[in-house]
Design a protein around this ligand. Structure first.
Ligand code: IPE
Ligand code: IPE
Ligand code: MG
Length: 266
């Protein structure tokens, strides 16, 4: 990955669509505000070509970079990406170490790109528990992009939805005990306000690669009404064109939110 200046526009970034992708089917006025990716299948991608799993993680970062640029060009408000779960600590220590080092190394490398694109980085999860190298780089990125006004990139690292919900409950209880909050006032907004995603719109489209049909402890509260798009493609092969296909599929869904579809109401 190099820090080459990408001065593409939407038109140039999405020119030369491959066969089977009809970019004119994309309604640019109805892009999901928040797209979330469960980036899965790095290990299987590597194994399938006889490479060590770490090569899959490296290739996965190249995909994330492309999806970040694509979402900026699509004017997505928030892109979130599940990079490391609270359960991923149970992997062999060597893989955990490699991932943590890779996160630190690539984050430093990509920070100029994020700055140029006016991206604000936030983290979902407890980054204070990460190895010092990774934590320090992440904290630097947080500080150096805090004033940016473009797309929010929410990286879920050491994230687990159950840990997040337990933390929110703890924080609300602490405020109640301190007399700052009346328990009778704890409503959905109060809970949402204590989550790592406080202030961000809920994901409207959740994409999971590698064909797995589960959430794996991801954003349990926030995905209440998200649309899911699952593709068999492994994350390192996921690209801007598959993203476009996912958004087109999203735009064709009938989102009823418990009510009736627009057709039936009329
Ligand atoms: C996703 O790819 C990346 C992380 C969870 C860190 P995996 O490493 O889970 O790849 P598979 O699922 O084993 O193929
Ligand atoms: C989910 O993938 C977590 C990330 C993508 C970071 P996993 O590979 O850890 O999920 P499971 O174990 O297949 O459910
Ligand atoms: Mg996996």
């Amino acid at each position: 990955m190099t820090d080459t200046v990408d001065d593409s526009t939407f038109e140039t970034y999405f020119s030369h669509a491959p066969a089977g992708v009809d970019i004119s089917a994309l309604d640019r006025s109805r892009i999901p505000r928040h797209i979330s990716c469960i980036m899965d299948g790095n290990g299987r991608w590597a194994t399938a070509q006889g490479l060590p799993r770490g090569e899959g993680h490296k290739a996965g970062i190249v995909s994330l970079r492309e999806i970040i640029t694509a979402c900026v060009r699509l004017e997505v408000e928030v892109l979130s990406a599940y990079a490391f779960s609270t359960e991923n600590w149970s992997r062999p220590q060597a893989e955990v170490n490699l991932l943590m080092h890779l996160f630190a190394q690539t984050f430093i490398q990509e920070l100029p790109l994020l700055k140029r694109e006016n991206v604000r980085v936030v983290f979902l999860g407890d980054i204070s528990a990460l190895p010092a190298e990774t934590r320090e780089v992440f904290e630097r990125g947080l500080a150096e992009t805090a004033a940016h006004t473009g797309m929010v990139l929410a990286l879920a690292v050491n994230y687990g939805a159950r840990a997040e919900l337990a933390r929110a409950a703890r924080r609300l209880a602490e405020r109640a005990v301190a007399g700052e909050l009346d328990p009778a006032q704890i409503d959905e907004d109060a809970v949402a306000g204590e989550l790592y995603t406080a202030g961000l719109p809920d994901p409207e489209l959740v994409i999971r690669t590698s064909g797995e049909m589960r959430l794996s402890n991801y954003l349990l509260w926030q995905v209440a009404y998200a649309e899911f798009y699952i593709t068999d493609t492994y994350w390192p092969d996921f690209n801007r064109w598959e993203l476009v296909q996912a958004i087109i599929a999203f735009q064709q869904r009938d989102r009823r939110f418990g009510g009736l579809s627009k057709k039936e109401e009329a």
